[in-house]
Design a binder for this molecule. Structure first.
Ligand code: SD4
Length: 299
């Protein structure tokens, strides 16, 4: 029998996140600690242009971060369009643990983070600023969901979604991103929205999404994947069903767009599926072994 997965995350750089998640889990036994620690890795990595420090800014030059964390007891916390804070996932966790709310955005989220003792940090690196200035030369001020595509890197998304399941079937998940490069100011993606970028349901499983957030939000993608698992589909079949639904609903509008779903069920079975080839994910089993896999895709 295949080893049951403990932690799975989007893209091949998820392997490093999984390693941090695994050691946090070993230390505290908490899946929430695990997914939070995993999210910290790309958040602090300046070479990743889609998450945290070094993320590409919006059209006006502001790096704005979206993150969500969720467990299987109905606890959820999220932040949207958060500026100047290195680890939005930890602010999301504070929203979950210290407020009666589930979602804080913009300046209010920033003020909350500062009040909670988070230091402010300049997130726009010289490299990301240079890329933005280059983009500005040709920028047309029209909302284009797959703007990264125009820059020749449509398939090179880097948002991290992490979902985890322990041997007793407990579940948790996290998702963190700087969103689409050069987005309109105020744009919120799928990632911090419960049911779109992430969904966790006790006794069923968890799912997360990456790619063009608008296409995920339109169908509440991760909630759909979890519903399909609840109805008996395998994680892989559930991810495929959501991708097929987007393709059918959107037709030509998504012919160049990437969307990928990744899911784990309460038995630690894993599945992933994407619109375009190129989506990868990292799987860490209960023994700490990590492997990277290419998802099947429609295209
Ligand atoms: C968003 N889904 O904000 C995110 C972007 C992403 O890899 O996944 N990038 O739309």
């Amino acid at each position: 029998e295949a080893p049951r997965a403990l932690i799975v995350s989007t893209w091949d750089f998820g392997a490093a996140a999984n390693a941090a998640a695994y050691s946090a889990w070993k230390k505290s036994g908490s899946l929430l600690d695990a997914v939070e620690a995993g999210a910290w890795v790309p958040e602090a990595d300046a070479s990743n242009h889609s998450v945290g420090l070094g993320g590409y800014p919006d059209r006006e030059g502001h790096v704005t971060l979206d993150a969500i964390i969720m467990d299987d007891r109905g606890n959820v916390g999220a932040v949207g369009a958060l500026e100047d804070i290195l680890h939005p996932i930890s602010v999301a966790r504070r929203v979950m643990e210290k407020t009666p709310h589930t979602f804080l955005v913009g300046e209010g989220a920033r003020q909350f983070a500062i009040a909670q003792g988070f230091p402010t940090t300049r997130l726009l690196t010289p490299e990301a600023e240079a890329a933005w200035r280059e983009w500005l030369k040709t920028a047309k001020y029209t909302p284009i969901a797959n703007i990264e595509n125009q820059r020749g890197s449509a398939l090179d998304h880097d948002t991290i979604g992490i979902v985890a399941c322990d041997a007793s079937g407990r579940l948790a998940g996290a998702c963190t991103t700087s969103g689409m490069a050069f987005k309109l100011r105020g744009r919120l993606g799928d990632s911090p929205q419960a049911g779109s970028g992430l969904m966790v349901e006790p006794g069923v499983g968890a799912a997360t999404a990456t790619g063009v957030g608008e296409e995920v939000t339109r169908i509440a993608g991760s909630a759909r994947v979890v519903s399909s698992m609840r109805a008996g589909m395998s994680p892989m079949a559930a991810c495929r069903e959501a991708v097929l639904h987007i393709a059918k609903l959107r037709g030509d509008a998504v012919k160049d767009a990437q969307v990928g779903f990744l899911a784990i069920d309460r038995n630690g079975r894993v599945g992933a599926y994407s619109l375009q080839p190129g989506f990868t994910y990292a799987v860490t089993d209960l023994g700490g072994q990590t492997t990277v896999h290419a998802a099947q895709s429609l295209g």
